[in-house]
Design a protein around this ligand. Structure first.
Ligand code: LLP
Length: 428
């Protein structure tokens, strides 16, 4: 479910007409629906009702301050991966005591900053990092709260760049090595308090099976760690996939109802229903780290068609957004549904939608049947709320697009479009 739909012949975000937004703010333009973000957050929170839990939003998915503030105001915790993300959470009014810090390469500076801010847990990814954490904490006269990330060696069956729970991935500590690591830490590392266990097997998982497999595999381990070391939480990570194909239709209740049970993508309720019975009697606080499931379908990238170029082999629609603004198609062959902002007729054409960047990988779709649209018209790249703006770059010296947050009939600029002067700020 999401807040994007055609009304009176024009695509709207909640009650705001996107063509009016484009007139005022130009393109490329990211637009987010606050209602959708909160709806997804609340559904996930409710899906885990019945067990003590926290929904720690994965800041990396969309770290705009206003998005973080919205979630902080509604009680979210946060999963961060850098000192920069912690800084953003604090600026947005989030509570460091409800932050977990993930990532394989935390620097001394980041560790010190997070220790001083009093975060809930360092989610540590190697024995070496745990030792270093102990050293830094000791030097500051502090005790670092920590959890080790277990790599359960489960196949998440997602794109290889976003699969993280197999032994060949760089993430976490081998399942078989965890017990020994906790035992050694208890003896040798006085400045670390191991208070939990963490795992995350990958992103954009569209089946419940790998989640269930990982939870079942790791359950005996958390029970043992609780008995031996008194751990208090288990973070089962993020990774819940969203609808990318048909993502405009999927916003309506009818669409969900019209799908047979097995054709429906994983819903937040199904996720909760499948996992809750396995988690609720462990006596542990359960943490989730969802990113995409909360913000993915809550955002679009609007871009104007500049030219239509008919080559001998293909028709190219050249738009003013590029892979520097939304890199998912280039990097992961990510599919984003493309729809014109002006409600289209039934005519469809097979096209490549491409950006202005000097790279062949700069495309948003290839050989796709789309409703026809012409130069001067604006299209929406759907489901761009997660890993969209946050992965943008200034490649080809293109300024960052603006970001807008919509709440009902109100649209606020939550990040100004970069100017040419911004582009060179700090350079000599
Ligand atoms: N927790 C940890 C430790 C993670 O590494 C991630 C994502 C998450 C939680 C949140 O995962 P989510 O619920 O959003 O799937 N840029 C890629 C996705 C990279 C995900 C990285 N880690 C994409 O655009 O598909």
């Amino acid at each position: 479910m999401h807040g994007f739909a055609y009304k009176n012949g024009s695509l709207h975000c909640e009650d705001v007409d996107l063509s009016a937004l484009v007139q005022e703010h130009g393109t490329p333009l990211y637009v987010y629906s606050a209602g959708t973000i909160l709806d997804h957050y609340t559904r996930l929170d409710q899906a885990l009702e019945g067990v003590e839990h926290e929904v720690a939003y994965a800041v990396k998915a969309n770290s705009n301050l206003s998005v973080l503030r919205l979630l902080a105001e509604h009680g979210a915790s946060f999963d961060i991966v850098s000192g920069g993300e912690l800084f953003r959470v604090i600026k947005a009014g989030g509570d460091p005591a409800h932050c977990t810090f993930a990532g394989v390469g935390k620097t001394r500076e980041e560790i010190e900053y997070a220790l001083k801010q009093g975060i809930y847990s360092f989610n540590v990814e190697s024995a070496e990092e745990l030792r270093y954490l102990d050293k830094v904490a000791g030097e500051l006269g502090m005790v670092a709260p920590a959890a080790v990330r277990v790599n359960p060696n489960v196949d998440a069956k997602t794109h290889k760049y976003i699969s993280t729970g197999k032994s060949e991935n760089k993430f976490g500590v081998d399942f078989e090595a965890i017990s020994d690591l906790y035992a050694r830490a208890a003896e040798e590392l006085p400045n670390v308090k191991l208070r939990g266990l963490q795992m995350h097997i990958g992103s954009q998982l569209t089946s419940i099976k790998p989640f269930v497999e990982a939870v079942e595999k790791v359950t005996p381990l958390v029970k043992q760690l609780k008995a031996d070391h008194g751990i208090e939480f288990w973070s089962i990570g993020g990774g819940i996939g969203i609808v990318y194909q048909d993502s405009l239709e999927s916003g309506s209740v009818d669409w969900w109802d019209s799908k047979s049970e097995q054709d429906r993508p994983l819903t937040l309720a199904q996720y909760g229903d499948a996992l809750l019975p396995k988690l609720k009697d462990l006596g542990l606080k359960i943490l989730l780290e969802p990113g995409r499931a909360i913000v993915g379908n809550a955002g679009v990238l609007l871009t104007e068609c500049l030219y239509e170029k008919k080559g001998s082999a293909k028709t190219f629609k050249i738009v003013d957004a590029g892979m520097n603004d939304l890199i998912r198609p280039a990097l992961y062959e990510g599919h984003h549904e493309i729809v014109p902002v002006k409600e289209p007729g039934s005519e469809r054409v097979k096209v490549d939608v491409v950006g202005p960047i000097c790279e062949s990988g700069d495309f948003f779709c290839q050989d796709r049947e789309l409703p026809d649209f012409q130069p001067g018209e604006v299209i929406a790249l759907m489901s761009a709320g997660a890993y969209g703006f946050v992965m943008a770059s200034n490649y080809n010296s293109r300024p960052f697009p603006a970001e807008i947050l919509v709440e009902g009939a109100e649209a606020k600029v939550v990040r100004k479009r970069q100017t040419l002067d911004d582009l060179i700020a700090g350079e000599a």
